[in-house]
Design a protein around this ligand. Structure first.
Ligand SMILES: C[S@@+](CC[C@H](N)C(=O)[O-])C[C@H]1O[C@@H](n2cnc3c(N)ncnc32)[C@H](O)[C@@H]1O
Length: 275
């Protein structure tokens, strides 16, 4: 496992993923039902954008730095922006929250959060990030397997699947995990982050998961036309059992990312399978 999210923290793909995540968390905690969240690939929890790894790629320059400087970012980014401000009480944008910080901050009494990470270094950081949150725990374990263990225990379940896609079987493992979760809990909300390289790969992934879940909400942020399959030309979130009514906010968030950070020929789209 070579992937470290610190190289990519706060880039355009994180903005799409984390805006979507905060919108889903708000909707899933809108009533009093307790929520269990499983973050199958949690990473370190939060990132120092001034650190060596982040500075080596500079990806945040075309991501969170632009977001925080913009005066036209739409309201669906408000939660993410507030989290960035909380993490940087002295001002500026040095620290960027990963999915664990965003999820843990939204936990209510009675909610549970299981964050899975395999790497020794990142799980140590993850444990520090989650230490202040009694409802949250970090596990050094395979997140795909954990999703299957937590689904079906009862109560409302939300699973975030955000693999590094450095293994050729990541797509197949996502599909198998989604199918297993849907059998155990057909109402579970499952959000998957995906790179958009070429349409064939994305379409065949969607076809592979449709039998397990007929209700899929897809958020696509293509920063440029998908003409070079060797590049990450954009990203997508695919959400099973998304709470209703999120489409306008998701469109606004993805639309802003494409319009402000994309190139000519980029496109943002939010659609449901079968619609
Ligand atoms: C894209 S990063 C996660 C970023 C994080 N979700 C966020 O938004 O802040 C993927 C992480 O998954 C970890 N990882 C890879 N395979 C895993 C597995 N099978 N189970 C748990 N973690 C895994 C990697 O070490 C890496 O830190």
């Amino acid at each position: 496992m070579n992937y470290r999210h610190a190289f990519h923290a706060g880039n355009f793909a994180d903005l799409v993923k984390h805006a979507t995540l905060t919108l889903l968390l708000d909707a899933l905690t809108a009533d009093a039902a307790p929520l269990t969240v499983v973050d199958t690939h949690a990473g370190a929890g939060g990132y120092d954008l001034d650190g060596e790894l982040a500075r080596r790629t500079g990806e945040a320059a075309q991501g969170v730095f632009r977001l925080m400087a913009a005066d036209d970012a739409p309201a669906p980014f408000d939660r993410l922006k507030a989290a960035v401000r909380r993490g940087n009480p002295g001002g500026g944008v040095r620290f960027y929250p990963g999915s664990p910080s965003l999820i843990a901050a939204g936990l209510r009494k009675g909610d549970r959060y299981v964050a899975c990470e395999l790497r020794d270094d990142d799980v140590a950081l993850l444990r520090q990030t989650l230490a202040p949150f009694p409802g949250a725990r970090a596990e050094q374990t395979d997140g795909f397997a954990m999703a299957g263990r937590e689904a079906g225990k009862g109560g409302r379940v939300f699973i975030l699947i955000d693999p590094p896609f450095e293994r050729s079987d990541d797509y197949a493992r996502i599909a198998a995990t989604l199918a297993a979760v849907m059998l155990l809990d057909p109402d579970a909300c499952v959000a998957v982050w995906l790179p958009l390289k070429d349409l064939e790969t994305f379409d065949s992934f969607l076809r592979s998961i449709e039998p397990a879940c007929a209700d899929l909400l897809v958020v696509e942020a293509r920063l440029k036309p998908l003409t070079d399959p060797m590049k990450m030309n954009g990203c997508a979130m695919v959400i099973a059992n998304a709470p209703p009514g999120l489409e306008p906010d998701l469109s606004a968030a993805a639309g802003w990312v494409v319009a402000r950070l994309g190139e000519t020929g980029g496109k943002a789209e939010v659609w449901r399978t079968g619609a």
